[in-house]
Unconditional design. Sequence first.
Length: 194
Amino acid sequence: MKSLISSRDDRDRTSKNANQQRQKINAIALVCKPMKTSIKFFFLTAVVSLLWACGNDTAQTTPANSPTATNSNSPNATSTAGTKIQVTATEMKFQLSQSTVPAGPVEFETTNKGKIPHEMVVIKTDLPLDKLPLEGDKLDEDKAGKEIGEIEEDDLKSGVTKTLKVNLTPGKYLIVCNLPGHFKAGMRTFLTVQ
């Protein structure tokens, strides 16, 4: 009988020990679970912050010799550009304030006074107008010369002013709107850089 009581006591103690260990494990799990969540939240926050910083325009830099298009009403529009050219875009025509400029930094302040969106592409070329290659009703930009910079259609809607900053070397430059039909309709002009 004594051994039965002793066995029962051992089982009770073992059961108590097992229960205590389960309680400790549960307590640790309760403490660790929020920590796991906190760690996951921390890493998620870090990743989101990193992605935001990479996609945020203010965190990006532009090399000095690459073209940039900015809204002329923004603080970025002030520049140390050597020459500023006023460009007026209307239906199927560009009008430049100057047709010859010195080499160096140039700002094209472009206003779309037309009723439809346009784009403005600056291409360095040695080809005369009648030798410029076409691709359907558009200029074949790849064969026409070297693209220097562009203000895209989405950025040059009716009534909008945008600035394109580029560094130009001596030569001849074609200014063109290459939306379907615009080039063939006459929306092009040349700029000489000395």
